[in-house]
Each structure stands twice: as C-alpha cells, then as structure tokens.
Design a binder for this molecule. Sequence first.
Ligand SMILES: O=c1ccn([C@@H]2O[C@H](COP(=O)(O)O)[C@@H](O)[C@H]2O)c(=O)[nH]1
Length: 474
Amino acid sequence: MSTFDEKLKLFAVDLYKINAIKFGEYKTKVGLITPVYCDLRVIVSYPQLLNTLAELIIEYIKKMQTFDIVCGVPYTALPIATVVSVKNSIPMVMRRKEAKDYGTKKLIEGQFKEGDNCLIVEDVVTSGSSILETVKDLKNSGIKCSDAIVLLNREQGGEKLLSENGIKMHALLSLTQLMQFLKEANCVNESVVEKVKIYLQNTQVDPNVLIKNNRLKLSFLERLNFAKNPVTRRLLQVMCDKKTTLCVAADVTSTTDLLNLAEQTGPHICLFKTHIDIVEDFHPNFLKHLKEIAERHNFIIFEDRKFADIGNTVQLQYSKSMYQISSWANLVTAHSVMGKGILEGIQQSEGLKDRGVFLLAEASCAGSLTDQSYVDATLKLAKQYPDLITGIVCQNPLLLEEPGVIQLTPGVHLESVGDRLAQQYNSPETVVLEKGADVAVVGRAITKSADPAAEAVKYKEVLWAAYEKRIASQ
Ligand SMILES: O=c1ccn([C@@H]2O[C@H](COP(=O)(O)O)[C@@H](O)[C@H]2O)c(=O)[nH]1
C-alpha cells in the first residue's frame, strides 16, 4: 500500500471513530433507505482531521493541472475548501445558496476574473446534482469548471452525471474502498460490508432519474392513457397543451388578491391551489369570477383542504358550509390517517361530477411525523381508489410507479432553502430530477414577488426544462 493510501485508510478509520460514517438504516436526500450514512459536517469539530483531509486533497491534486481558484460546494465542503485554499495558497470563492436580497445580490463571493479555472471541492457525491448546482452559478459568473475533487464517491451514478455535464470527478475514496478499509481495521464485519454491497447493486441508479420507474420514463402525453381519474386525464392534457407543470399556491388572504393572482399566473399554470379558509372577505360570488378565469386560462382549481376526519364529517366539510368546496374545486387534498372513510365521504358527496384527490403521504416541512409505514399505508389506500385518486403529495421519486398517478411536490423555491416555520425548499430541478415531482407547488416565491406573472413564467420554464431532461435521459 502506498503512503498515500495508508494515510487515507487511517483517515477513513478516524472518520468512522468520530461518527462521520455510520451504519444502520438512514434515509437519503432522495428517500432511499441506505445502510451507510456519511455526514462530514462533524469534521469542523476535529481540526486535526480537517487538516489531514486538506493535505490528502492537496497531495492528490498535485498530479492534476493547476487551478486559479477553489470553491467548496455549500455547506459541508466550505471548511474543507477553506483549509485547502489556505494550505495551498489557492484563492477561494464562495457560492451563496441564496442570493442576498440587499446589496449586490451576488451568488459568488470573493475575487475572480472571467475565465478563471476553478476546482470544485465536495465531501460526498451521490447523484452529483449538488456539484452541478454550484457549477451552474460559477459558470454563470464567467468561471470555468472542469474538475471536482471529492472525498467519497458513493458510486451511485454521480460520476456519470457529472461527466455528461463536462465535469471530471476525482474521488479520494469510493464507497467500496472505504468498506474495505473499515473491514481491514475491524470497524465493521463482513455482514455490514455485504449489506452495503447489495445496496449498491440494487441502487445502481440512473443519474438523472435515480431509479428505473415507468412513471418517470414516460412523457405526460404517454401517461394520459394510463390515468383512471377524469381530473388526472384533464390535468395531464392541460400540462401538455400549456407546457407547464406549475401549481401556484395562492396563499393570499383577500378575494381581490386571489383573483389578481389567478389572472396574472393563469396562462402559465396547470393548477391553482387555494386555502379558501384563509380568505378574509370570502363570499360565494367571487367563485364565479375564479371559475371564469380558470376556464379562460385553462387551469384546474385545487383546494388544499387536507381533510382529516371521519367520512361523515369530511362529507359535510366538503360539500356544506359557506365554502361548498365540492361545487367549485375539481381537486382537493386529504390525509390518509383516518383510512378509507375520508375517500368514501368525498366520493359520495354532491357537487361537481369530475373530482380527484391528492393523498398526502409525505410533507415538505422538517420534523413531519410521517414514517415509512405511514407512507406505505397511504400508497396502499390510494391503490384501492384508482378512479378517485389523482395523485400523491410526496417528496420521493420511489413511491409512485403507476404512470397514471401524479406526484405533487410542494416546497419549491429558487432562492431560499426554507422559512422560519420549518418549511424546506428545493430548487425546481431538484424536485423534478431527484425527487420525482410531476407537478411542483410554488407559493411565496411567486406570491411575494414584485411581478408574479414574470416569476410564474420563470418557474414554468425551469420546471418544464427539467421534465424534458428527465424523459430525454431514458
Ligand atoms: O407537505 C406540504 C403540503 C402542502 N404544502 C402547501 O404548499 C404550499 C407551499 O407554499 P410555499 O409558500 O411555497 O412554502 C402551501 O400552500 C402549503 O400549505 C406544503 O408546503 N407542504
């Protein structure tokens, strides 16, 4: 073994000792259950190890071309890139995950010249998409990127995706090699090594789609024939006709704002999602206007009521009260927690003939209490009502295979990673390419912008490009 490999092995064992590498059952960013989890965030508490990692990187990159600058992928790789920069005297730039809303609005901080050649530094690569997000912002600022140095390649498609996008990945360690090192050092036994090996075999994921999955392979037009629910068929048709997968979350509190938003975003959306009980001046007359706008701009009205009671109560909530939801919203959401009574209650209510339900399996917010068994039970319930279910609200590409069912994914923002009340955001590309969204829900990113129409166009276009990329990669 070379001295470099010996140092690498000792470093791998140290990572295990500080719990940066763990074995058990962990959920990855895209919802896969993995037997091995690597979380390098803890390394900042071990300056000696951070120093060793930087030394390993510097030694490795000696064989490579020289670089003008380095940039760590936020956030975990930032301290790693900083130490590499300081020890090797290469200037560093930093990518902001969100542009400042004051001052210069720069996404790349630090000094650089157009055409500077940048080395990307990353801790762990799974799909490679985080590196690509950083590369996109660097390139948009005129910086050249062709190489990424990473500590660990999880061998799950990242190298291929990066290479298809013009980035050569250089990994100090592969997951297989890491397991070998840890076994030799008696940190793990043969059965753990075997588990990881099987996991890698079973999750050899297509980098763009992350799984062989019919729904994700087919175009919306092809999927139209599989849809059993009439609103799903109409939704797919609207999506194809208008080339949009954007659902605007109209979380505004006056009828005037709501109608204005429908008018402004209407040409660019497939779904207009309301929370009717937040509207302060609700009067049934205003629904006439909303329906007229929906017809004119060809979108579907969707009340995000999240029913969660016994069937009889849901039936009353759905079709009675001043809101009479069943008379104007073709789509509603429901929790599965109360079982089939909710769906029976909706199915048997008076109101519009064509109706569909999105069942909520997973939430976008941090700390949600839904676990895998809840998700499984929700999907099982949905399968029992193919004529009523339009889709599933979730954050995971692996839940839905049926091409006739729509994945609706909230928590989408181009400039923010979350709010102060546990909402979590992902970029449009991430929700489509990594999380498997068919329709993406965008709320405050549009409603709070100075120009909701222009913002809706922006989201519509990025989402549609990501969908086209997804089906083109099949
Ligand atoms: O898991 C969920 C389910 C529903 N939502 C709803 O989506 C929008 C998101 O609004 P943003 O302003 O984009 O955060 C909102 O109406 C929620 O009720 C969700 O966010 N997460």
